[in-house]
Write a new protein. Structure first.
Lengths: 113, 112
């Protein structure tokens, strides 16, 4: 059974804290993605990676960075969390090439106080 | 900026009703159109990936059609059941990029 896991389902942090969200996939997928989901806005792409140590900015990268040291793991980093980063964060992975569906993790609901 | 619109935003139907939603996307540089179902407290899961104009896909009581020339896709659910309650997301991929652009979703509530 294919699986994408995220380190936490719920997280509460304070403004200014450094926050790490971890994502692991067990499908040997080349591509990995980080999205955030806010009411009425749909999923918006923050960053994606198509290979180890490679990263590309998505549509809303400001305030975020990512790390991909191993193929199965993609981390999203909030360098200094702010209240406007309170959101649902979803990780996804897919095979490279062609038209491939993305497999999603269960999401992390982050609240920044 | 590529825009993907879904309508309606939410829908409440009775068990047994058939229903449909719309996804509108740019008609140029089309590469693929994805449909996902996202149930509460679960991960979004893929329903269909559609690539050809006129394509029709079916999975059980759920089916989808695609018109790339006019830039829309319909998702149909026949005889809705309470377990169909979820948010349905469509996502457009252009030929210029590997990224998916998601619509805001249609939330379906099926009352027993």
């Amino acid at each position: 059974d294919v699986k994408v896991t995220q380190s936490s389902r719920y997280l509460v942090k304070r403004t200014g804290e450094k926050v790490f969200l971890e994502c692991v996939q067990d499908m040997d997928h080349e591509n990995m993605f980080w999205y955030r989901q806010d009411p009425g806005l749909g999923l918006r792409l923050i960053y994606f990676s198509y290979d180890v140590k490679m990263k590309e900015k998505g549509d809303i990268p400001e305030g975020y960075s990512v790390s991909r040291e191993k193929k199965e793991r993609f981390s999203l980093i909030l360098e200094s969390a702010s209240t406007n980063q309170t959101s649902m964060y979803l990780c996804a992975s897919s095979q490279a090439g062609g038209v491939n569906e993305q497999f999603f993790g269960p999401g992390t609901r982050l609240t920044v106080l | 900026i590529l825009n993907v619109e879904q309508s309606p935003q939410s829908l409440h139907v009775q068990e047994g009703d058939s229903t449909n939603f719309t996804c509108s996307f740019p008609s140029s540089n089309f590469y693929a159109l994805h449909w996902y179902r996202w149930e509460t407290a679960k991960s979004p899961e893929a329903l269909f990936v559609m690539t050809l104009n006129g394509d029709e896909k079916k999975k059980g009581r759920i089916s989808a059609t695609l018109n790339t020339k006019e830039g829309y896709s319909y998702l149909y659910i026949k005889g809705s059941q309470p377990e169909d309650s979820a948010t349905y997301l469509c996502a457009f991929r252009s030929s210029n990029t590997g990224k998916l652009i998601f619509g805001q979703g249609t939330t379906l509530q099926v009352k027993p």
